[in-house]
Design a protein around this ligand. Structure first.
Ligand SMILES: [Zn+2]
Length: 76
């Protein structure tokens, strides 16, 4: 699952953590979790999220491995 940490009200980090034990799996960036405006029920506002390569992000739901993720220890 995705965990948002806000440190000192300034630095925000998004990480993938184990759903079972909460341990850290990997760091995420915004482009890993952003969805299209359509998926957020905002309609088409003309804004197009892009990834770090400049490609349009067309994801309409979070990947399964971000909804439910398990670390190596819990993945049996
Ligand atoms: Zn775990």
């Amino acid at each position: 699952m995705i965990k948002l940490e806000i440190k000192g009200n300034k630095q925000q980090t998004i990480t993938k953590v184990c759903n079972t034990c909460g341990s850290h799996i990997e760091n995420l960036s915004l482009e890993n979790i952003v969805l299209t405006g359509k998926a957020r029920k905002r309609g088409d506002n003309g804004l197009r999220p892009i990834d770090s390569d400049g490609n349009e992000i067309t994801r309409e739901e979070l990947p399964n491995d971000l909804e439910v993720s398990r670390c190596e220890n819990c993945n049996d």
